[in-house]
Design a protein around this ligand. Structure first.
Ligand code: ADP
Length: 381
């Protein structure tokens, strides 16, 4: 019997982290990488080189593949529609993926589904924004192409995004939207996996700690989360997965905000339809990792158990302008720390790896994770 083939567009760390479970499940992973030295190309044998926008390369990638999936959202949808029509199993389908590509499409659909979101409007002219601002502040976002806080600006006047409005006017930019600046107490995330035949599994709700617009730590499960908010978060994520017809892993980023009666509630910030930074803890902290689950889901195999294997797991990103020599770092690292490095070139602010630490005492687990990430960045112990 030949191994099922999963084709993945994008050769970064997410595709790289699909390799161990693909090996374990006896699957053949084929990854379209941007460069022969890309993170995934270092560990995946079948790694053709091509850009995510290269239609010919993607057409070649899917020959003999049982499923096509993605590690990022920047893929041409018209091509995905064509591939689907020609019989390729595209997971998630273009009709679902568009909600992770375009924030206006996403907000429109979630609003239709009655999913709680920040108040928002699409912007066609600076006057729309000034009316929405009504003398206060708001968050302006580019509808497409943003990541790690790029494409997000908090403004008090439309003048502060005049460059973005000009770019839209001369067709070099993408449409904009404005959202109310929500007074969130923290950011939460729910990871859910759904298979084409409709099986759905969620992992516990986590807290994601952001620094300078980038995820620094993830705490699983989210500490002191009341049961009502937890159920609301899981319900929202499950309704989105089903309502949008998502297949594979879906990450729903949430704001926890005080509700009208003072008790907490959640609003949806963003969606990602792929394994996500908020789920890296599952590699060492859950029976089935998000990477294994994504592979199972896109092939429509039964989904794995998502139960946590420890009371607490904390993930800390190794964000870098420097990386210690791994052998030297291991010498000073706590041996219970699970290290995941991505083989990426060091660049300021880049995600170079992460660590996972599990245990029963959250303060201790968190301190050990943060210390381990610092050691891997080459900071003095
Ligand atoms: P990106 O697509 O670049 O990740 P996000 O939409 O997730 O952008 O926004 C980045 C960060 O900006 C969020 O993590 C949050 O801290 C802040 N932010 C985004 N939207 C809002 C909002 N409506 N109200 C308050 N803060 C927001």
């Amino acid at each position: 019997m030949t191994a099922p083939v999963v084709a993945v567009v994008g050769g970064g760390q997410l595709a790289r982290m699909m390799a161990p479970p693909a090996t374990a499940l006896g699957l053949h992973l084929r990854v379209l990488v941007e460069d022969p030295t890309s993170s995934a190309a270092q560990v995946v044998v079948d790694a053709p080189v091509g850009a995510a926008s290269d239609e010919v390369a993607i057409e070649r990638l899917v020959v003999g593949a049982d499923a096509l999936t993605f590690e990022h959202e920047h893929v041409p949808n018209a091509l995905l529609d064509r591939l689907e029509a020609a019989g390729t199993s595209v997971q998630p389908r273009a009709a679902a993926l568009v909600h992770a590509q375009d924030k206006i499409v996403m907000r429109t659909r979630l609003t239709e589904l009655g999913i709680p979101c920040p108040r928002w409007v699409p912007l066609t002219a600076p006057a729309d924004l000034d009316a929405f601002l009504a003398g206060g502040s708001a968050v302006v976002k580019t509808s497409r192409g943003g990541y790690d806080g790029k494409g997000v600006r908090v403004v008090r006047s439309s003048d502060e995004v005049s460059d973005w409005f000009s770019a839209v006017a001369d067709s070099t930019g993408v449409p904009l939207l404005a959202e109310e600046k929500v007074p969130f107490t923290r950011e939460l995330a729910v990871l859910v996996a759904r298979s084409p035949s409709g099986e759905v599994r969620t992992w516990p709700v986590v807290e994601s700690v952001q620094r300078d617009g980038v995820c620094a730590e993830v705490i699983a499960p989210a500490p002191d989360l009341d049961a009502v908010t937890r159920e609301q978060a899981v319900d929202v994520a499950t309704r989105i997965a089903k309502g949008l017809g998502v297949t594979g892993v879906l990450a729903v980023e949430l704001f926890e905000v005080p509700g009208l009666d003072g008790s907490p509630t959640v609003l949806v910030n963003e969606l990602a339809m792929r394994p996500h930074n908020s789920g890296h803890w599952t590699i060492d902290g859950a029976v089935t990792s998000q990477f294994e689950q994504h592979l199972r889901a896109v092939l429509d195999l039964p989904l794995g158990d998502t139960t946590p294997t420890a009371t607490w797991t904390v993930m800390a990103n190794v964000l870098g302008s420097a990386l210690a020599d791994p052998a030297e770092a291991l010498a000073s690292l706590d041996p219970t720390v699970k290290v995941h490095l991505y083989g990426k070139e060091v660049r300021a602010g880049r995600k170079l790896g992460h660590v996972n630490v599990s245990g029963d005492d959250l303060a201790d687990v968190r301190a050990r994770a943060v210390a381990a990430a610092a050691i891997l960045r080459g900071e003095p112990v």
